[in-house]
Design a protein around this ligand. Structure first.
Ligand code: NAP
Length: 310
């Protein structure tokens, strides 16, 4: 039987990825929407999650696509109403709230899926397989993009809990923590926060995993060639994940990997978790970000002006 999904928050990612994936994946369909501003034709639409839950007892699974701040109350309402829950990344604004969600879901025997779309990128599984059994020496992560292009007008990313440049950076950390055999721990961090903003526009992290040294550069001020790259050096050779994990090259040779839609894979996984009565809620990437905020040095930098230059 097809799993009917209630979607909450019709913003950039819901429109670009969730709606097409819900069309594409077998045995999953969009059953209702909760949006403060939007409706979709031929679909039950509600102004908020509470109204949706009250009116749609048969919608047993909810996908939250709202910003991390404020998501906890929505998520808890979903679980308390006995529905399964899929969370966009990051799973929340704090570790304590996401851990409370995991406990609540477990106590009620409900599925909680904390999704990390970058882990579903086509090159990630091959990279993990390639790394298995090798001795990792260094990892260098470069995640550089233009915030004006990807987050136009989004205020929440600059507000506490919105993560700033860690909003994309956590995608790199989700890949890192998926491919490494050993846990990564933060050694130091430098966060550059624009004057008048609450979250960083750039960050540099030093981490270690066993004997491997890991450096990550995240920067939202890249107006030229954007880069979402992870370079892995082992005693047995090197490899590169590129394009956010979609491309994988070993010693410079691009590996043939079948294209796949990250979001289709996420909904397949959610469907299967619900069918099996399982949970998948790994908060390791959020823990590294929390450590960077805990232990990082803050540097004030020039104000960020939303309007593009010229
Ligand atoms: P967005 O464009 O700002 O959309 C978020 C939507 O959430 C809004 O359109 C709104 O939908 C709803 N919302 C509810 N309360 C809100 C509030 N207080 N402030 C703003 N919106 C609120 O954000 P997004 O880019 O889709 O990101 C949403 C989540 O997806 C984030 O966790 C983000 O990290 C993740 N994500 C984004 C991308 C991307 O490229 N944009 C990629 C992967 C993951 P209604 O008007 O329908 O209520």
């Amino acid at each position: 039987m097809s799993l009917g999904i209630g979607l909450v928050g019709l913003g950039a990612i819901a429109r670009a990825q969730h709606l097409p994936a819900l069309e594409q994946v077998e045995d999953v369909h969009l059953a209702a929407l909760a949006s403060r501003n939007a409706t979709l034709p031929d679909l039950p639409c509600y102004p908020d999650i509470d109204a949706l839950l009250a009116a749609e007892p048969d919608v047993t699974a909810i996908s939250l696509c709202t910003p991390p701040q404020g998501r906890f109350d929505q998520a808890m309402a979903v679980l308390r109403a006995g529905r399964h829950l899929m969370l966009e990344k990051p799973p929340g604004a704090t570790l304590s709230e996401v851990e409370a969600l995991r406990e609540e879901a477990a106590r009620r025997g409900l599925t909680l899926f904390a999704s990390w779309h970058s882990r579903a990128a086509a090159g990630v599984d091959p990279a993990r397989d390639w790394l298995t059994g090798k001795t990792l020496r260094t990892v260098v992560i470069d995640w550089r993009e233009d915030v004006r292009k990807w987050h136009p007008g989004q205020q929440w990313i600059w507000q506490a809990g919105g993560l700033g440049v860690f909003d994309p950076g956590i995608n790199a950390l989700s890949i890192l923590t998926a491919v490494l055999a050993d846990p990564a721990r933060l050694i130091s961090a430098d966060l550059q926060v624009p004057e008048g903003r609450e979250t960083p526009i750039a960050a540099r992290l030093e981490m270690r995993a066993a004997d491997a040294a890991i450096t990550a550069h995240f920067d939202w001020r890249e107006s030229g060639d954007e880069l979402w790259r992870m370079r892995l050096e082992t005693e047995e050779g090197g490899a590169t994940l590129d394009q956010g994990g979609a491309r994988f090259a070993i010693d410079g040779q691009v590996q043939p990997i079948a294209e796949s839609s990250e979001y289709a894979r996420l909904y397949e996984r959610f469907r299967d978790l619900v069918a099996r009565g399982e949970r998948d809620a790994d908060f390791t990437p959020l823990r590294l970000v929390a450590d960077a905020f805990l232990n990082g040095r803050m540097h004030q930098v020039a104000p960020f002006i939303e309007a593009p230059h010229g």
